[in-house]
Design a protein around this ligand. Structure first.
Ligand code: SF4
Ligand code: SF4
Length: 107
């Protein structure tokens, strides 16, 4: 099983999750991160680190977020690894409160 980054990460991208991942399986896009399902070892460490609760175990992804399972797998193949935490965008705290933002993913 893998873990999956979902909608809440879009335009927040705080990257607190990156520092705790023992196998460096986060990949960075222009305005969110994803997890490479081929690398994730199900350690659960990243879940508690995410301030916007964007990360779920694959089996626990809410129904309205299921498309992110395939999206993590697809984008992990083209986005580059991120192995150290970076500052999020300056308006990340504003976007953390926005629920409907799937359409804003930049690929
Ligand atoms: S900590 Fe959460 S919001 Fe930040 S990059 Fe990771 S998944 Fe995205
Ligand atoms: S569950 Fe563990 S291995 Fe998988 S992405 Fe999170 S920190 Fe990395």
């Amino acid at each position: 099983m893998t873990y999956v980054v979902t909608e809440s990460c879009i335009k927040c991208k705080y990257s607190d999750c990156v520092d705790v991942c023992p196998v460096d399986c986060f990949r960075e896009g222009p305005n969110m991160l994803v997890i490479d399902p081929d690398e994730c070892i199900d350690c659960t460490l990243c879940v508690a680190e995410c301030p916007v609760e964007a990360i779920f175990a694959e089996d626990d992804v809410p129904d309205e977020q299921k498309e992110f399972i395939a999206l993590n797998a697809e984008l992990a193949k083209v986005w580059k690894p991120i192995i150290e935490k970076k500052d999020g965008p300056p308006d990340a705290d504003d976007w953390a409160k926005v629920k409907d933002k799937k359409h804003l993913i930049e690929k």
